[in-house]
Design a protein around this ligand. Structure first.
Ligand code: ADP
Ligand code: ADP
Ligand code: MG
Length: 678
């Protein structure tokens, strides 16, 4: 076994790999960029070496520098994690040439599976079922259109070099094909430097079911069962689970054997995932087709660890150091059910726009970080693999996934309940995340009933987006109680400045009854509240047309609030003037308006269109002089590995376009000037 390895990655996966190494007594070397100088993964390793500027090209993708660092620090092997260099066959070759072990498959296997089109040709020969489609070399638009027309719509255009859900376009009818091809090729060349595409029949009610495989250098192979990753947005996984609900034992074995055949066809070694698209027929029959093989550790590998009780990183290390696979197929079994949720810094209510900023509060449920659960023991119910800590800043340079929450239960129902509970105790303040959205997905009828396919999120749309689980009256009550509690805590901690609440500047007194007024903004609407201090010391709160007695106590679970004969337990946090409220039902945010502050400057964006995040301008769909309407797409930006359409905030006329496609812009940069339409 290795004595020291370098981890050529960042974020949660670098921390995850470091945890297994620490358990096995293997020393670790972290590498980091400017943006990551104080990142968690740096602290998780035994030593750390700076490798360059924040942009991945200047640091995590600089493989000469990484190899040089491994040699200089005496590391024997490099673990690439996922993303970055993990599927780069030239890097694997260069490691070998430098006398370092690349912890992954041989370069030849990476290359064989690297391009979707070529890998399909190989798989066809190995007898692996493929989705009907064209994956040849001819890239003539007219020829591809002809292929799509004869296949029948809908079809999917896919970048052969694509990954991470990028470079894909669904086309519903022949007339739309040409435009979709152009846009797909543009995204492919920008993201992958290769604009070759393939065309596939778009499978109906598709489920994404993938098989974890493992091979060793002695030619042994096993499959570690399946993961269902059907819950997706923009072709990216949101929730993953194992085993796949409703998959028969016969089909599990058939898919497992097919995945092993695919791995064997490329002399695969190490951890790999064979992804299948599964067609569900009205009579319940399921057909599976090969989509691609990911020649690395997968983001969602923890659900496999939870149901098998194995440490896949340990297996990777064993295999890479020449050991045989620790177990044979017949020694492997599934225990219970596991679900993973990807926690991302993004705003689901605004097209999942990635968010950057500081994690002011990062409150997590009780969990383990990573622990080997021998024999699939259910001792570990909640696991969190996190790449961040409270106080860390999410930069715009890397992808938006900050942590993974993995739950295990004896049954799917139990795992589901644990997931909801754990998400309800995940309190992140300071930037937008998808935590509440994940709760809605987990609680949706489709997910609860395991009615899974990749259309789940759009189908359940009404229950997933723009939800308001707390309500204005309760949000106000919680914010008022938060204020009272904070004032009390402050007074207790500093007796000398104790001022009684009646003396607050926003208080007033009339007929012996003292009162305070509060003003809030909730979902863009002003809400006023009046708090009265009655003679007996009781509190009376009025919000809109709800009025009633208010009382509270404070304990470990947060504030226990009674208002107008109802009771909730809420955790509240204040970050400048925003109060975040977390309850069992869900979370809310409310802005406390300081009545004594001068009229606040309003951020009227009227005639400006600004970049919602730092990134690169891909294109403008308008030019100076064009009339536009509110909501019309004006520009496309590329940020955090995704393309985002920027819509017009208002009706108007474009006066000036201020950037060129390809320009890098900072958050808030004015992209174009809009004038009033005449
Ligand atoms: P999974 O491991 O479940 O397949 P993804 O497909 O989302 O997960 O990809 C895993 C990670 O690798 C993500 O960070 C994703 O952004 C990144 N990634 C995948 N393919 C590429 C690629 N071709 N180029 C850059 N990043 C990629
Ligand atoms: P990536 O490399 O980006 O992961 P994949 O080929 O694995 O690309 O496809 C990503 C997702 O797109 C799948 O998980 C599935 O949801 C959807 N998808 C891919 N191919 C098809 C298809 N032929 N029919 C329907 N959906 C598909
Ligand atoms: Mg995929």
């Amino acid at each position: 076994m290795f004595k020291k390895i370098l981890i050529a990655n960042r974020g949660e996966i670098a921390c995850r790999v470091a945890a297994t190494c620490a358990r096995l007594g293997i020393k670790t070397v972290a590498v980091y960029s400017d943006a990551d100088a104080h990142a968690k993964h740096v602290a998780s390793c035994d030593e750390a070496v700076y490798i360059g500027a924040s942009s991945p090209k200047e640091s995590y993708l600089r493989w000469e520098k990484i190899i040089e660092t491994a040699l200089a620090t005496g590391a024997q092997a490099i673990h690439p994690g996922y993303g970055f260099l993990s599927e780069n066959d030239a890097f694997a070759t260069a490691c070998q040439a430098a006398g370092l072990v690349f912890i992954g498959p041989p370069a030849s296997a990476i290359q064989a599976m690297g391009l979707k089109a070529e890998s399909k040709q190989l798989m066809e020969k190995a007898g692996v079922p493929l989705v009907p489609g064209y994956h040849g070399a001819n890239q003539e638009p007219a020829f591809l259109q002809g292929q799509a027309d004869s296949m029948g719509y809908p079809v999917l255009i896919k970048a052969s070099a694509g990954g991470g859900g990028k470079g894909m376009r669904i086309v519903d009818k022949s007339e739309d094909f040409a435009a979709a091809l152009v846009s797909c090729k543009r995204e492919a060349i920008n993201s992958f430097g290769d604009d070759a595409v393939l065309i596939e029949k778009y499978v109906q009610r598709p489920r994404h079911i993938e098989i974890q495989v493992f091979g060793d250098t002695q030619g042994n192979y096993v499959y570690l069962f399946e993961r269902d990753c059907s819950v997706q947005r923009r072709h990216q996984k949101v929730l993953e689970e194992a085993p796949a609900p409703g998959l028969s034992e016969a089909m599990r074995q058939q898919m497992g054997a097919t995945a092993v055949a695919a791995a064997r066809a490329v002399d695969y070694v190490g951890a790999g995932t064979v992804e299948f698209i599964v067609e569900q027929q009205p009579n319940g029959d399921m057909n599976f087709f090969f989509m691609e093989m990911n020649t690395r550790l997968q983001v969602e590998h923890p659900v496999t660890e939870a149901i098998t009780g194995l440490d896949l990183v340990e297996w990777q290390l064993l295999v890479a150091s020449g050991e045989p696979l620790p177990l044979k197929q017949e020694q492997l079994c599934i225990t219970g059910h596991a679900i993973e949720a990807r926690i991302c810094a993004e705003n689901p209510d605004n097209q999942f726009l990635p968010a950057t900023g500081q994690l002011k509060v990062y409150g997590l449920p009780e969990h383990v970080t990573f622990e080997r659960t021998a024999g699939g023991s259910t001792a570990v119910n909640v696991r969190i693999d996190s790449g961040v800590r409270e106080g860390d800043t999410i930069s715009p340079y890397y992808d938006s996934m900050i942590a993974k929450l993995i739950v295990h239960g004896a049954t799917r129902e139990q795992a589901l309940a644990r997931m909801d509970e754990a998400l309800s105790k995940t309190h992140i303040v300071g930037l937008n995340t998808n935590v509440q959205f994940l709760r809605y997905v987990v609680r949706s009828d489709s997910f609860a009933q395991a009615n899974l396919d990749t259309g789940l999120i759009p189908r359940e749309e009404a229950a997933l987006f723009d939800q308001e689980p707390v309500g204005a009256a309760w949000a106000v009550a919680a914010a008022v109680v938060h204020t009272l509690h904070a004032e009390r805590a402050q007074a207790d901690s500093n007796q000398s400045v104790w001022t009684d609440p009646w003396a607050k500047r926003d208080g007033w007194q009339s007929h012996g009854i003292r009162a305070r007024v509060f003003e809030f903004e909730f979902h863009g609407e002003k809400v006023a509240a009046q708090l009265r201090y009655l003679h007996d010391g009781a509190l009376q709160l009025s919000v809109d047309d709800t009025s009633g007695a208010l009382s509270y106590s404070y304990g470990d679970a947060g504030l226990d609030i009674s208002f107008a004969q109802h009771r909730i337990i809420a955790k509240t946090y204040k970050n400048s003037d925003v109060v975040s409220i977390f309850t069992a039902k869900g979370a809310a945010q409310i802005i406390a308006i300081d009545l004594l502050e001068h009229a606040r400057e309003t951020h009227e964006e009227g005639g400006r269109l600004t970049a919602p995040m730092p990134g690169k301008v891909v294109s403008f769909s308008v030019k100076a002089g064009d009339k536009v309407v509110k909501g019309q797409a004006l520009a496309v930006m590329d940020a955090m590995k995704m393309e985002h359409t920027i819509a017009s905030p208002t009706d108007g006329v474009v006066q000036e376009v201020l950037y060129q496609p390809g320009d890098q812009v900072v958050e808030g940069a004015e992209l174009l000037k809009l004038g009033v339409a005449v």
